[in-house]
Design a protein around this ligand. Sequence first.
Ligand SMILES: [Zn+2]
Length: 91
Amino acid sequence: MHSARQRRAQAERLCQVCGERASHHRDGWLFLMNDDGSDRYEGTKVTKPPVCLRCAALATRHCPHLTHPVGVRSRRPIPTPGTARLTAHVD
Ligand SMILES: [Zn+2]
């Protein structure tokens, strides 16, 4: 992902795939990551911006980097340069 696009998407909570508004509801913004089997995502750092529901469905089927995809919602992703720290709710 282009670094300028990544920073903008993180800061403005845009979908990393299509650039539209990322999925958000009372449980938070939707991030995709690989399930590491721990079921513990609180405080996890991610380098990828959130996603919209449509792109999440596509990515979980087609993205070669998501070998064990899980959707994690964060109510207050804490942006730091190039990352977001998650306060998590697993979908
Ligand atoms: Zn999208």
